[in-house]
Design a protein around this ligand. Structure first.
Ligand code: SAH
Length: 221
């Protein structure tokens, strides 16, 4: 006799529970971050043949040869950023828009920049669809930040630079926090938390990560 095992893969509630469980088991414990990640459906940000893997804890390819980060890394970075409800946040590396969407539920306003026009355009459409109206997405070389909106309470960089870019350090408010991956793009990088103090900057190394590189200039599409 064969026993039919019910397949829960398509049950959204079950899927969400497994998604949140994976986040918790990898160290995402901040309840505000978990609530934001529960509310933003990652499936909306993955459009290609990989969309059925949107709820697994893995990075996935998006347009323009870029990647949407692994959910647990998004959670850990967001948690490390310690966003406050009145904060103005800059994200460098819009990509799919997923990270910006999560930040938008935690902050007062989010500016997000990407060097690919197409990614910015697609993200803007999604933000509108999802009713996330406190995000401004701009096509820009984010290594120079967004001087016209600076300074920022929080800065999150989701592409790896060899060192924290000077303009981004300069655009951080006193008491502000920046979280970013640093290191060579083809080697293991470190996630760093930079806090601006009255005296200068404090650096804390958080964990090894792997991100696409921060590339100079605006892309052709
Ligand atoms: N945060 C994204 C994932 C980012 S992938 C998400 O939630 O989906 C890294 C992104 O950084 C890519 O989209 C890439 O185009 C962008 N990027 C790389 N160098 C950049 C630069 N100098 N300025 C702005 N964006 C850059």
């Amino acid at each position: 006799m064969t026993t039919e095992v019910p397949d829960h893969d398509d049950d959204p509630a079950e899927r969400k529970m497994r998604f949140l469980f994976a986040l918790r088991s990898r160290g995402v414990t901040d309840s505000r971050v978990l609530t934001a990640m529960e509310r933003i459906d990652r499936g909306r940000f993955v459009k290609n043949i990989f969309s059925d893997r949107a709820y697994e804890d893995m990075p996935l390819p998006i347009s323009c040869g870029q990647t949407i980060s692994q959910p647990s890394v998004v959670g850990l970075m967001t948690q490390a950023l310690a966003v406050q409800p009145r904060d103005v946040v800059l994200e460098v590396g819009t990509g799919s828009g997923y990270q910006a969407a999560i930040l938008s539920l935690l902050a007062r306003r989010v500016y997000t920049v990407d060097r690919h026009r197409r990614l910015v355009r697609e993200a803007v459409d999604l933000f509108r669809d999802l009713g996330l109206n406190n995000i401004t997405a701009v096509t820009r070389d984010g290594s120079f930040g967004l001087p016209e909106q600076a300074p920022f309470d929080r800065i999150l960089v989701t592409a790896a630079a060899e060192d924290p870019p000077g303009p981004l350090l300069a655009q951080l408010k006193p008491g502000g926090v920046m979280v970013l991956p640093v290191g060579q793009s083809d080697a293991v990088q470190s996630l760093i938390k930079v806090t601006r103090t009255d005296q200068g900057f404090d650096y804390e190394e958080l964990r090894p990560v792997r991100f696409v590189p921060l590339v100079e200039g605006i892309a052709s599409e």
